[in-house]
Ligand binder design. Structure first.
Ligand SMILES: [Zn+2]
Length: 318
């Protein structure tokens, strides 16, 4: 068919079709469409399960989609691509620890300035907490949406740490597990997964951070300020205690994995859909959850304090 003989209607339809496709071509989404913000879609595939690891939920998703979106016009496309790549290359950490990928509704918004991050913080937190969120957080999650203040980061190890931390929250939220577990396990799992990602990229920096955080715990122990992981119940604890409580929480998770194996953690998360945390913990670890969280500090107790938990060799924890 020659160009001249083509129906004008066909041309109109083709033009309309191309216009309809434009939003997808530019990767814009939702209310960002009119602003033309850059978006990338990351497809995550469940890795073939190792037959020796049965750390699965009953119906684990084989496939998941995460959208990475420039929250404002000044976020460079290269950074959106970088974050998408970090999610893709580290998602196996989530699968290994949680037995599941984040839900396909997951969105990760990136912000280039404090002004833009403040805008979303104001919509998600009470006015009294906004200043704290701006100064103290490296990102936050609401249901399946993650907000990252990209301007705070100077290297991929820390970005990957935050991404896996927040995507842990997304994954637990999407399976309605967050309200069923104590705060120490929620934040402990997030911190544990974040650290795994950081270690992959910059092992030395990760080890240095770990040494510093352990020093804080030892110092708190010497001054009598070291509490058990049960103290991680409100955000205030983070400010009131002279050490990082989320790091301490992660030692609780790390202890359970090293002492009893990753499979039992997967079993706990699976059973948690049907039973209370106390029931699951007792059934799977043969111990009282209450007793564990009231006595576990991440360090061996000093003096002659009764020692309930057989810790792995100190070289592993320290
Ligand atoms: Zn967290």
């Amino acid at each position: 068919m020659s160009r001249q003989s083509r129906s004008p209607w066909l041309v109109v339809i083709l033009v309309l079709f191309v216009l309809l496709l434009l939003p997808f071509a530019y990767g814009v989404v939702g209310d960002s469409e009119s602003l033309g913000r850059f978006k990338l879609t990351v497809s995550l595939f469940r890795e073939t399960p190792n037959t020796s690891v049965s750390n699965d939920f009953q119906h684990p998703a084989q496939f998941s989609i995460v959208q990475v979106i420039a929250g404002d016009r000044d976020v460079p496309k290269a950074q959106v691509k970088n974050v998408a790549r970090l999610i893709k290359t580290n998602a196996s950490i989530l699968q290994t620890t949680l037995g599941q990928l984040p839900s396909s509704k997951t969105k990760v918004y990136l912000y280039s300035t404090q002004k833009q991050y403040k805008r979303v913080a104001k919509s998600a937190f009470p006015a009294s907490q906004v200043a704290w969120v701006l100064s103290e957080t490296g990102g936050f999650t609401v249901a399946s949406t993650v907000y990252i203040p990209l301007y705070k980061y100077s290297n991929n190890a820390f970005i990957a740490d935050t991404l896996m931390h927040e995507l842990t929250h997304v994954t637990l939220n999407s399976h309605s597990l967050t309200p069923k577990m104590p705060e120490w396990m929620n934040e402990g799992l997030a911190w544990y997964n974040g650290t795994q990602a950081q270690e992959r990229i910059d092992e030395e920096a990760s080890q240095q951070t770990r040494v510093r955080l352990f020093q804080e715990l030892h110092k708190a122990q010497s001054t009598g300020e070291l509490q058990s992981i049960a103290s991680e119940s409100v955000a205030v604890a983070q400010d009131n205690l002279p050490y990082n409580v989320e790091f301490q929480d992660s030692l609780g998770v790390s202890y359970l994995i090293r002492r009893y194996g990753i499979n039992r953690l997967g079993l706990l998360l699976r059973e948690l859909k049907h039973r209370s945390f106390s029931e699951c913990f007792q059934m799977i670890y043969g111990k009282s959850a209450q007793q564990f969280q009231n006595t576990f500090t991440g360090l061996r107790p000093v003096g002659n304090a009764e020692f309930q938990w057989s810790y792995p060799p100190s070289a592993i924890l320290h």
